[in-house]
Ligand binder design. Structure first.
Ligand code: CTP
Ligand code: MG
Length: 170
């Protein structure tokens, strides 16, 4: 799949834990373009897995995201965003800055995510959490365009993710 991003957009990477959002971001975007919820958790609490820090982490992420968009910088949000209420805030942020919200969804088979999760040492929650995230995403996936995302690209397998290309169009 070819992903042609509007040059000035707010790109939501959407997917359960271990779907490969951070890997995708590292491959296709500059580090400074990517705002990751884990990174902001670490910034405010010194612990990237601290759930207790989630509120402060997202406040900070949205503040920086707003500054970037006001400066006309393409911005990628690397957070699970599997729930409509999480995505709502992203659409609102983009609209507040007259920027197009777009979504790249990594909807991989649950078995792939669970195998990756089992191999990770940086995620200590149970695999059932991933199952819930996948269910929530699939339940709401068809509504993304209606939520306000101007383009929605959905990648369904490791092969599709590996073959995806990203460019920017004026
Ligand atoms: N991974 C992989 N093959 C890929 C992409 C990722 O094996 N094509 C592995 C990574 O090495 C990592 C794990 O899968 O150990 C999760 O990838 P990551 O990009 O970190 O996933 P995220 O969606 O960012 O997960 P999280 O929401 O937990 O941050
Ligand atoms: Mg990640």
């Amino acid at each position: 799949m070819h992903i042609a991003l509007p040059e000035l957009s707010l790109v939501a990477l959407v997917g359960a834990s271990s779907s490969g959002k951070s890997s995708f971001a590292a491959r296709h975007f500059q580090a400074s373009e990517v705002l990751s919820s884990d990174f902001f958790r670490a910034l405010v609490s010194d612990d990237e897995s601290s759930l207790e820090a989630t509120g402060d982490a997202f406040d900070s992420l949205f503040f920086v995201g707003g500054k970037r968009l006001a400066r006309g910088r393409l911005t990628v949000v690397d957070a699970t965003s599997v729930r409509p209420e999480d995505r709502r805030r992203l659409v609102d942020l983009a609209r507040a800055h007259d920027v197009l919200p777009v979504a790249i969804v990594l909807d991989l088979p649950r078995a792939v995510l669970e195998a990756r999760h089992a191999a990770r040492t940086d995620r200590d929650f149970p695999a059932s959490v991933i199952g819930r995230q996948v269910s929530e995403l699939r339940r709401t996936l068809r509504g993304l365009q209606k939520e306000g995302f101007r383009h929605v690209w959905v990648l369904h397998s490791e092969e599709e993710v590996g073959a995806a290309t990203v460019t920017r169009v004026p």
